[in-house]
Design a protein around this ligand. Structure first.
Ligand code: HEM
Length: 179
């Protein structure tokens, strides 16, 4: 019996979890921006706890199964594997550095906010332009990794995917900072 299909299944389950977590984060931030009352903010922030659980589990599933598949079947001489590993590490570093303190600020403001209409300080923390601009980027990066993995691209093809991800990220970043 080969463990290959089960390991690949684990990898895909991790990828599905990753996309659920990224989508949830985008939904929560957009609902926070639309919220009128502090109680609504608390409700949406509570849902964020699902991300705190789902994201590390998904990332671990992707990484462990990806490494097992690489060592047992594919080897390291593939651009699509090396670059996807790099992208996963990059998102793992960027997200806590960019999102972490800004989400913490929203939680801190929400904790002390009175019931009723959202106070200006909490509204300001929620509307943080960097948070808004960064939030779609992990999804684009993950989509790029899916493209590289499924097509098993060489360095040129993977480079083109990376360039497309970078261009799309910059466009979204610029549009969201203005909007
Ligand atoms: C955001 C990160 C990642 C995403 C979205 C992702 C996505 C995917 C997808 C969709 C497949 C299925 C492709 C297919 O069967 O045709 C796959 C396969 C695979 N991935 Fe990943 N992956 C990621 C990270 C990684 C990492 C970090 C590694 C290695 C350290 C890795 C190694 C592999 C390997 C070896 C396969 C097996 C391909 C096969 O046997 O067909 N992946 N990945």
């Amino acid at each position: 019996m080969t463990l290959y299909p089960y390991t690949l299944l684990m990898h895909i389950m991790g990828v599905i979890g990753l996309f659920i977590a990224i989508s949830l984060e985008m939904i929560i931030l957009s609902r926070l921006r639309a919220a009128k009352l502090t109680a609504q903010v608390h409700e949406w922030l509570t849902l964020g706890r699902v991300i705190d659980l789902l994201l590390p589990i998904s990332a671990a599933l992707i990484l462990i199964s990806g490494l097992v598949l690489t060592f047992s079947v594919w080897g390291w001489e593939h651009a699509w594997i090396e670059l996807s590993l790099g992208l996963l590490v990059l998102v793992g570093i960027l997200s806590p550095v960019i999102n972490g303190p800004r989400l913490k600020a929203i939680h801190a403001e929400a904790k002390t906010a009175p019931e009723g209409e959202i106070p200006a300080s909490l509204r300001k923390a929620i509307a943080n332009p960097v948070l808004r601009a960064y939030v779609p980027i992990p999804g684009l990066i993950a989509l790029g990794a899916v493209g590289m993995m499924v097509l098993k691209l060489d360095w040129l093809g993977s480079g083109i995917v990376l360039a497309l991800v970078l261009i799309a990220s910059l466009i979204i970043f610029a549009i969201s900072r203005k909007g």
